[in-house]
Design a binder for this molecule. Structure first.
Ligand code: AMP
Length: 122
């Protein structure tokens, strides 16, 4: 499958600015290819965002165009963050908004890790 990303990456999006060091973030974890930080408006006791350092607009752009090592590093980072925050055993939810119907706000691929408390049923 060859996916052509129709959306041009916007280097002025807020996560790009965090990666460029132009605005601060509350960093939780960093690896060669990924960065995790606290969401600025948490929806649960633990609400952390994990982003790749590469410029991918959404899940499909990342899954299709990122290098295998970036993809592996990203999902391992998600797992590491859940372990570091002691929510591996109590449970958590992973969310990635992608595209218009999801109301994706920031056009840089990210996964929300939400947990630290009982969540409403999906
Ligand atoms: P989404 O709707 O999936 O694109 O979610 C974007 C998320 O980014 C929201 O939960 C925002 O609260 C969060 N957010 C926006 N700006 C910042 C920031 N400067 N630092 C941390 N989180 C942010």
């Amino acid at each position: 499958m060859y996916y052509i990303n129709m959306k041009e990456y916007d280097i002025n999006n807020v996560f790009s600015k965090i990666l460029q060091g132009l605005i601060p973030c509350n960093r939780v974890y960093e690896s060669d290819f990924s960065l995790a930080f606290y969401d600025i408006s948490p929806r649960s006791k633990i609400h952390i965002l994990v982003i790749p350092k590469g410029t991918y607009t959404d899940f499909y752009d990342f899954q299709t165009n990122a290098l295998p090592e970036e993809i592996l590093d990203f999902w391992q980072s998600v797992a590491n963050v859940t372990e570091m925050n002691n929510i591996k055993d109590t449970g958590f939810r992973l969310i990635s908004n992608c595209g218009v119907h999801s109301n994706q706000e920031v056009p840089h691929f990210h996964v929300h890790i939400v947990g630290g408390q009982q969540l409403n049923s999906w």
